[in-house]
Design a protein around this ligand. Structure first.
Ligand code: CP
Length: 337
């Protein structure tokens, strides 16, 4: 797989607009804010009797998920449908990938069907970058989660959730708790919070589930004691244990993890009284979060899913207009020459 150099302007066109959406690394505060504002306006579309706008009429969006998904895949489908695009979802387990076809060849074949955008989820970090580098220039690639590297649309729907419930990022303390080591959501959230000006980002995990150098790379504070780390925070983002990405025994047991890090009613009381409880899903009740908390009055876990449709509509429409602007510029310059 291609090494990821997130600073490359691969995902931006010559005017600084999105033409792919691969990572939040290197995206400006202005662009993230524009994305959140656009998503806010799409929330209203979801509340209408006819939940459709014609922005992507005539375009084809292809969902290619090489890893399981409930929320990301279905909300991308809904987002594309609400923008009036044609949507195809490739079921990889029943596709020719299971007969040995490479990722590259699968994508080339889908490209030949004139898809305009691919939403890709893959177990390998860097898969979305690799595809963006190799598809034809008129096709946009959206990262639906790659290995432990990035889940940029989850990061932005988490930011929309925080902004709608708490307002200004510049006054907030946000704690991210759990399996940070294997989490693409944690990485995307740390980048987004830092870019949007959150002054106190806390990361809480056992030593075995913490990557090295987090403080320097993301400007966060690291805690191995959950009770200390949760004190007076405004937002708690819980993460599940990502067993599918773990090699070897990093934890004594799930019971021990819950005892030390699980979000219980008692532990949540250490945060501010109106602290938000968030989780990207899927949740594992009794492992990282108690049912009473997941279903309790401070939980916005299901709001996150609803906001996810609006954020994905914003990403699809902004990426498509970035692609069109790039195409127009190329056409103008060819005509001029
Ligand atoms: N949050 C998230 O990515 O969920 P899915 O794996 O169900 O898409």
């Amino acid at each position: 797989m291609t090494p990821i150099d997130a600073k490359r302007p691969l995902q931006l066109n010559d005017q600084g607009q999105l033409r792919h959406f691969l990572t939040l690394d290197g995206l400006s505060r202005e662009l993230l804010t524009e994305l959140l504002d656009t998503a806010d306006s799409f929330l209203e579309v979801g509340a209408r009797a006819v939940k459709k706008v014609p922005l992507l009429r005539g375009k084809t969006v292809c969902n290619v998920f090489f890893e399981n998904s409930t929320r990301t895949r279905t909300t991308f489908e809904l987002a594309a449908q609400r923008l009036s695009a044609d949507v195809i979802t490739l079921n990889v387990s029943t596709s020719s990938t299971s007969k040995g076809e490479t990722l590259f060849d699968t994508l080339r074949n889908l490209e030949a069907m004139a898809a305009d955008m691919f939403v890709v989820r893959h177990a390998d970090s860097g898969a979305a970058h690799f595809i963006a580098e190799h598809v034809c220039p008129d096709v946009a690639i959206i990262n639906g989660g790659d290995g432990r590297h990035a889940h940029p649309t989850q990061g932005m729907l988490d930011m929309l959730t925080i902004r709608r419930h708490k307002g200004d990022f510049e006054k907030l303390s946000v704690a991210i708790v759990g399996d940070i080591l294997h989490s693409r959501v944690a990485r995307s959230n740390m980048l987004a919070l830092k870019t949007l000006g959150c002054p106190d980002i806390r990361v809480i995990a056992p030593k075995t589930l913490l990557p090295i150098g987090l403080e320097q790379q993301y400007g966060v504070r690291v805690f191995t004691d959950a009770n200390e780390g949760l004190k007076d925070v405004d937002v708690v983002i819980m993460l599940r244990l990502q067993r599918e990405r773990m090699q070897g025994g990093l934890l004594p047991s799930e019971g021990e993890f819950f005892r030390l890090y699980g979000l219980t009613t008692q532990r949540l009381a250490l945060a501010k009284p109106d602290a938000l409880v968030m989780h990207p899903g899927p949740i594992n009740r009794g492992v990282e979060i108690e049912s009473a908390v997941a279903d309790g009055p401070q939980s916005v876990i299901l709001n996150q899913v609803t906001y996810g449709i609006a954020v994905r509509m914003a990403v699809l429409s902004m990426t498509m207009s970035g692609q069109s602007a790039q195409r127009q510029l190329k056409q103008d310059s060819e005509e001029h020459n």
